[in-house]
Design a protein around this ligand. Sequence first.
Ligand code: 13P
Length: 284
Amino acid sequence: MYLISNREMLKKAQREGYAVPAFNVHNLETVQVVVETAAALASPVILAGTPGTFSYAGTDYLVSICQEAAHRHNLPLALHLDHHEELEDIRAKVVAGVRSVMIDGSHLPFEENIRKVAAVVRLCHRYDVSVEAELGRLGGQEDDLSVAAGDSFFTDPAAARDFVVRTGIDSLAVAIGSAHGLYQGEPHLDFQRLAQIRAQVDIPLVLHGASGIPEQMVHQAIELGVCKVNVATDLKIAFADAVKRYFIEHPDANDPRKYIVPGKEAMREVVEEKIRICGSAGRL
Ligand code: 13P
């Protein structure tokens, strides 16, 4: 009952000029960190899971954990399918309780991408599930999804309008220079292109690959219409580095209830920082 679509969350963010952060989670501990922090800061939040995460954790476990977290903190949450590609897989997860979906057909030719996304929209809107899709293609590595720089390409603003009208999606993921995973050097975002996309399309825009993007650039992207900011890698690095440090200092440690704690605390700091950057605190 507490797992909701992200439609109203993103519309409110669009009206009020901030972004809702979408954090990739993997297990009980990462869900706890995100939801506890969001509740403490009264921030709307999206919990995102790639297909790899759902297979790792089990859809039923993950849905139950998120539902319980939402209930415990009295916080409506969007549990979101990040970079899902298969209609039947999406259908099964919607039936299991997920209300927020990304269908990623960005690797497909334009017309095929439209057909695939439109079919997912037809399915999802019957269940009041929000749908995000990507036009253009981000480079980098996100879980099992790996796109070489040469295969990535930017969103065409004119095509974006056609894409949104013909698919009926609720939000559009744009490719403007961000990439999944770690950046080699300083990231460059094409803000002019983002402004052109905004001029063509009035639904909320989504920035993928936000780890490592300087704060000022995220602000500028939000000013130009980005309403959802996706973060995965920065959380993983903070978590893993803190656990590694703990093992160096405590080589004999073997109790997960102890060695996981510094990982959670390090991740919590990143979640707080991203909520601050997105301007979503106090927006519930
Ligand atoms: P990062 O791993 O670069 O933060 O990207 C996350 C993302 O875009 C998830 O879809």
